[in-house]
Design a protein around this ligand. Structure first.
Ligand code: CMP
Length: 140
């Protein structure tokens, strides 16, 4: 079983899509091992998106993710990382396939509703920014 980290970003929270997003993952059969609502600090955001530090959109990205509350969760399942990436769709909501979360709800590359880890290494780093081990419930 593999774990992945998902965020419902500030645009998803403001638009009332928390339930919609969680519901899709639950129906798929992924297990929620941790779940909370937070407002990321600037330093958390800078660490979370550190791989994009040199990109031209880095500052906007940090501003955006700290612009409102987000919902963070750890999902677990067989090949959870690639399964969840398929379910959220391409980064740019305008290009994401219909039926994916971004394809159904986003028209922007920045305001794209959700984030999900793209590799086990990303998961490890992102998890530490948002959660502590005690916040993960035992297998059930
Ligand atoms: P996310 O999956 O959270 O990972 C990095 C984020 O950077 C991505 O979603 C987008 O929200 C954002 N992003 C990626 N490419 C661009 C871009 N060209 N312009 C603005 N934001 C971008």
């Amino acid at each position: 079983m593999e774990k992945t980290l998902v965020l419902v970003k500030p645009d998803g929270v403001k638009r009332g899509l928390i339930g919609e997003v969680i519901s899709r993952f639950e129906r798929k059969g992924l297990k929620i091992r941790a779940l909370k609502m937070i407002w990321m600090t600037r330093s958390q955001a800078e660490e979370f998106y550190s791989v994009h530090r040199d990109k031209p959109f880095y500052n906007d990205l940090v501003e955006f993710i700290t612009s409102g509350p987000i919902v963070a969760m750890v999902l677990e399942g067989d090949e959870a990382i690639s399964v969840v990436r398929l379910m959220i769709g391409a980064t740019d909501g305008r290009k994401a396939a219909p039926g994916t979360i971004r394809g159904d709800f986003a028209l922007s590359i920045q305001n794209n509703i959700v984030h999900a880890s793209d590799s086990p290494e990303s998961f490890e780093r992102e998890f530490k920014v948002v959660f502590s081990e005690e916040e993960v419930v035992p297998e059930y």
